[in-house]
Write a protein that binds this ligand. Structure first.
Ligand code: SF4
Ligand code: SF4
Length: 393
């Protein structure tokens, strides 16, 4: 099982690196923790934080369902930081380096840190309306397409690397804010490892090999939220001479044996990948929304445009300056704009009062140069609208 798991982790890791560095693909838009980070702005302002999208929400929903079924499966098979931690654990093993074992009581106290990190990240994200996690996330360090990595992120990255060589999966056990979210649902886990105490010979191997430092040998069943369903405990557990079976078993609701574990795992992973990709291609949420501070008109109409030049939240903000302009091209009745900044042509939706303005005036406001009073200079429009010839007839 260990071999298959490491292969799956390796495939995910290589796929992420290839997508980011080979194709400049924004994998951040599929990070399940992104959905947690953007939860406040999504509920309060009806938009997602920049760089995120529907992929984050679908990945989050699937991972949570997965966690309710199989505990922290995501950490043990899919997460790239989990993979790096595992590779370093294996590396330490190859060098005959005995990783430090932390006493259970200390481990439990250290586990609390991840909940504090989660609260801090959510608070600072809500206050700054920015992905604060980027300042400390080793995942962002590994798989970002932007050139904005902070010194603090490098520091955390190096600490995680060194610590993961010395101790088994310290980031996943103690610091990861997404592990804190998963633990809430993992507690409800419908499958768990059971130990047949009559055939167990108390060799203790299961506890020693558990990467999450769970003392399996002292339990009748592993209900721990930290279990990543890696089955290393089951792998090392010796077959009982009497029953001809291993005392440790993976069971649904602790009663029903799950046969053919490998096939189950591979099916789950394929299902997750295909469903997330398909759902995020079919449904997209706006990541930028701006509502003008005017009284809501009685009648509203919507114009949908394909616009080029809104690649990030900065250029989206500039887009609203053009709409808010105070010159000859001013549009009085425009109320709200929603879009999803990224490079290339993107969809932009505008709500406006048809009694005060019309589609032509909106198009003009977006494409005409305007005089920036603050900077005392003309600003040519960096935006193009599909189907609109700027030179005119
Ligand atoms: S209890 Fe077993 S399956 Fe769970 S994390 Fe530990 S070794 Fe893996
Ligand atoms: S590895 Fe198996 S036999 Fe050994 S203590 Fe754990 S459950 Fe018992």
């Amino acid at each position: 099982m260990k071999e298959l798991r490491h292969k799956i982790q390796f495939v995910f890791f290589v796929a992420i690196i290839a997508l980011v560095y080979g194709f400049k693909f924004n994998v951040e838009a599929y990070c399940p923790f992104g959905a947690v980070e953007t939860f406040y702005t999504f509920i309060a302002q009806g938009k997602m934080l920049c760089a995120l999208g529907s992929g984050n929400i679908f990945a989050f929903i699937l991972i949570i369902l997965l966690t309710i079924l199989f505990r922290r499966f995501f950490c043990g098979y899919i997460c790239p930081i989990g993979a790096v931690s595992e590779f370093l654990r294996t590396f330490a093993d190859d060098f005959n380096f005995k990783q430090l074992r932390i006493p259970q009581k200390t481990d439990r106290w250290l586990s609390v840190i991840k909940y504090l990190v989660l609260i801090l990240v959510l608070y600072l994200t809500a206050v700054t309306v920015n992905l604060f996690c980027r300042n400390i996330s080793p995942c962002y360090l590994m798989a970002s397409i932007n050139n904005d990595i902070k010194f603090s992120t490098y520091v955390v990255g190096v600490i995680v690397l060194v610590a993961s060589f010395l101790i088994s999966m310290p980031f996943c056990r103690w610091f990861c804010p997404f592990a804190a979210v998963q633990n809430i649902f993992s507690k409800l886990g419908l499958t768990w490892i059971t130990r047949d105490t009559t055939s167990c010979i108390n060799c203790g191997k299961c506890s020693v090999h558990c990467p999450m430092n769970i003392d399996v040998a002292s339990k009748k069943a592993v209900y721990s939220a930290n279990c990543i369903s890696c089955f290393e405990c089951v792998d090392v557990c010796p077959v009982s001479k009497d029953t001809k079976q291993k005392p440790l078993k993976w069971k649904f609701l602790g009663r029903f044996n799950i046969a053919n574990t490998k096939a189950v795992i591979v099916t789950i992973i394929l299902f997750c990948v295909i469903t997330t990709a398909a759902a995020s291609l079919l449904i997209d949420f706006p990541t930028f929304a701006y509502v003008r501070d005017i009284t809501k008109p009685d009648t509203l109409e919507k114009i949908e445009l394909k616009v080029k030049g809104i690649s990030c939240s900065g250029s989206a903000k500039l887009f609203t300056y053009f709409l808010d302009r105070k010159d000859i091209s001013e549009i009085e009745g425009y109320l709200k704009v929603t879009t999803r900044p990224r490079s290339g042509w993107i969809d932009v939706a505008l709500l406006y009062d048809p009694l005060k303005t019309d589609e032509q005036a909106i198009i003009e406001a977006i494409t005409e140069a305007y005089y920036d009073e603050a900077e005392q200079r003309w600003r040519p429009s960096p935006f193009e609208i599909k189907g609109v010839d700027l030179l005119g007839p």
